[in-house]
Design a protein around this ligand. Sequence first.
Ligand code: ATP
Length: 406
Amino acid sequence: MSPATMEKIVSLCKRRGFIYPGSEIYGGLSGTWDYGPLGVELKNNVKNLWWRMFVQERDDMYGMDAAILMNPKAWEASGHVAGFTDPLSDGSKFNTMFRTSVGAGAEAAVSYLRPETAGGIFVNFKNVVDSFHPKLPFGIAQIGKAFRNEIAPRDFLFRVREMEQMEIEYFVQPHAWEKSFEEWRQAMYRYIEAVGIARTAVHELEVPEDERAHYSKRTIDFEFDFPFGRKELCGLAYRTDFDLSAHAKSSGTDLSYLDEETKERFVPHVIEPSLGVDRAILALLVSAYTEDELGGETRTYLKFNPSVAPIKAAVFPLLKNKPALVSKAREVYALLKADICKLKAVAWDDNGNIGKRYRRQDEIGTPACITVDFQTLEDGTVTLRDRDTGAQERVAVSELTGRIAA
Ligand code: ATP
């Protein structure tokens, strides 16, 4: 049983500078959260891992970054203007797209903040095909903000009004969708595990027809055991040729694909793995949150994988009033910053006793702590302390770079 409660997680996130309530000094704005100095590092790491696995390491994927504002005709064609609604308590339907106006005065036109990143991908399908001539199957990936005027935002990062999504539209031959659907199902688990979300806490839900989005012929929700219940973390949907066909019809642009080998022309079908960055971070925090006993004291720590930990290593001079120790520790700190961890990923701390410094780093999930002491001045070794076990060993400064996982 996870010791993580929402209260503990929300409080740690605020106290340690991961996530703050949006516009807090004005009493907040429901459904918004601001990522602080550690939160933004964590979030970037989560996004970078996804980008690396699904765009950079593959030959069949193309990345893009489309505008949030789109011609409103795109949202009419995709069915969102008519159907992106949630029921209100009186039985009427409420469209959860944020309306905004583009331009001034009489020129102003109604548009929407995109409710999903997928739209920007579909309207660029032809551009990518014309520039790169990819062979099917291939995918286009995008990470970016999406907005939904949720009727009842709740549960911290779980249901927010401004979020970020990581989405892939994977274009396939119409008859080949089941194979790709299965491949992406496995790929999603690979990412879930790589980022550090416990796979045992993820459960698939085959979404029944009457609950599926208007464009989907098959959807699997990947649900996670959040402290407030088993809820959707991410989804995998078979969107058929719904979007490309609808945009082709509405825009008058041919969005079909010519198979060079068979000379067949058709509209590709689409498999869509979709993951909310904020929900991923919440699931990650719940998975990483650990309480244990170390050296006879209880402690709280975040068991992040080094690949997503905002700080990879922290360097301490044993005592802050011994100039020789401090300057040696500064040297080690500069070496690590330049060599492995780059910029902000190495922390410096000379506040309070060593035990307190360890606890502070544990609580923000730093995998390695390095202490420079008097022996360092004699033989060039430091104490390297492991976050999870608390075990300490002497390591030569020259070997540190290879010993710290980043
Ligand atoms: P829900 O049923 O929980 O409202 P959904 O089925 O509408 O979610 P999708 O349209 O499938 O969600 O969006 C894809 C992903 O975007 C979701 O799996 C989730 O990770 C994320 N997401 C959707 N809505 C929100 C939200 N309001 N806050 C945070 N993340 C969200």
